[in-house]
Design a protein around this ligand. Sequence first.
Ligand SMILES: [Zn+2]
Length: 256
Amino acid sequence: MRDFTLKTYKLLLAHLQDSGRRFYTLEDICKDKPQDSFVVLRHDVDRKPYNALKMAELENAKDIRSTYYFRITKKVFDPECIRNISSLGHEVGYHFEDLSSLHGDIDEAVDSFKRNIEKFRQIVPVSTVSMHGRPLSRFDNKELMKRIDFGELGLLCEPYSIVEKLDLRYFTDVGRKWNNDSVNLRDKITGQKGLSLRTTFDVINALADELKDENLMLSIHPERWEDDMFPWVRNAVWQKVKNAGKYILIKTRHGS
Ligand SMILES: [Zn+2]
């Protein structure tokens, strides 16, 4: 069975359900810490919004609610797609990158962030946001987070702080591998407590084993998951090229 297909994703969802965990959105866990065992599925939509819609439909068919963060770029910010995902019961939020888009101008970035939240709110309610990594930019969008008054904007939280606050185990498919630290430039909380999982099947196996008593947040990028052979192979090859590039960048930045 190929990894990073919707079929494999469906299998992952089935095992998560069988593990007895309940599914919560970011908004849910920001409001109240769940008392039962739980998992949060967080999707950063960096590209291909209609891949996200497919994933959202698949989850909805299994009565699962998750959270989708959309970039505001021309190709990703698709109001119809966003509205459809929201109408399936999922949470939608803003995947922001205002600081890197504006080349580090922090005051401009704060204003732009506020305007963009309003653009989203003309389509769907928004109460949480997540940061886009932009690995090749010098500007870290985390700096912008420090300048945003969440309460004033009616925002509840963002994923990084909540992972720390609720002591969740966090895994991401960045690099098209789970927790591949060597290619992870900005998603720094990856691989907490030193558990190394490479394939989705490793994640599935760990659910009943090393992760049995853990609450989870899984960060899943819909554009990486394809059933069709051609885009799947293109993704696999392109990811290898990107991983090699990021690896060199990390080595250069760390001076080794
Ligand atoms: Zn992103």
